[in-house]
Design a protein around this ligand. Structure first.
Ligand code: V07
Length: 262
């Protein structure tokens, strides 16, 4: 009986989301949405659960949000999964986090392939444990021919370190005479960042109420709209994403008339 009631509620909720999705799709959808997935630890604490339970729940949210973003017609979804700072956390928590890509992919890779999603990464993958690297490489390889939404995970990513690497490469090229210093411009820098092949993010969302960038895509976010929500990442659902995109659309309309004045 309870099951039946819950199914009924699910059907009603899904229908509501379908309508919301159709509604928001009639206006401009941001091509690239980037998300700082914060609040997993806080979600767990509120329930007297260990922090890792929050991370695990957050992993399920990743799947849900990727599904809705794909349905909305988002071209690139970048998710900040692990920062260069996250190594400072307790070893057991880091070990747990490093198992999440493997678990996520063994559960969802088949579906992602069916949905024509291409899995990509930014960040320094060389420092990840071998089992994590293997899982990630398998997903990249298995989805490389897909031409639908790009699900781009930032893993061991830090924006300043990305900019340092870019600078080193350019100076190396200059020293070899492959590039002239006067030819270095914004476009050249763009093509030497890890996001070279991606459009710039149009919308940045950070969950859980913190209002900081925490070393995330500093160069790439120069013109993005920013949204900070109090919702904790494990509680962030399709309705929340639709709401964020609606707000993005209304802002674009408000400032549309002065576009180009920046
Ligand atoms: C992680 C779950 C989401 C909230 C933020 C922290 C915990 C999915 C992945 C993942 C990464 C690469 C990949 C497939 C899945 C992941 C980490 C943490 C380190 F190819 N969620 N998630 N990776 N969390």
């Amino acid at each position: 009986m309870l099951n039946k009631l819950m199914r009924k509620k699910n059907v009603a909720t899904n229908k509501l989301l379908d309508e919301e999705v159709a509604n928001v799709k009639s206006k401009k959808i941001p091509a690239h949405v980037a998300i700082i997935m914060d609040g997993n630890g806080r979600w767990a604490k509120k329930r007297n659960l260990p922090r890792v339970a929050g991370h695990h729940e957050g992993m399920k949210t990743v799947r849900e949000i990727a599904r809705i973003a794909n349905r909305l017609g988002v071209k690139v979804l970048t998710l900040y999964a692990f920062s260069t700072e996250n190594w400072k956390r307790p070893k057991l928590e880091v070990d747990f986090l490093m198992r999440l890509p493997g678990e996520f992919l063994s559960t969802y890779l088949t579906e992602l392939i069916e949905e024509n999603v291409r899995v990509e990464m930014i960040g320094d993958l060389s420092l990840l444990p071998n089992h994590t690297k293997k899982a990630i490489q398998k997903a990249i390889e298995a989805t490389k021919e897909n031409d639908g939404m790009v699900l781009n995970f930032a893993m061991n990513y830090g924006s300043r370190s990305e900019i340092v690497r870019c600078t080193q490469e350019l100076v190396k090229k200059a020293a070899k005479g492959e590039i002239h210093w006067e030819d270095i411009n914004e476009e050249v820098i763009n093509t030497h960042l890890m996001t070279a092949h991606l459009p710039e993010p149009d919308l940045l969302i950070r969950t859980s109420g913190e209002v900081r960038l925490s070393n995330f895509m500093l160069w790439q976010l120069a013109y993005a709209e920013f949204s900070f929500t109090d919702v904790l990442w494990p509680d962030f659902d399709g309705h929340c994403l639709v709401k964020e995109i609606k707000e993005f659309q209304s802002r674009n309309r408000r400032f549309g008339s002065v576009e180009g004045e920046e």
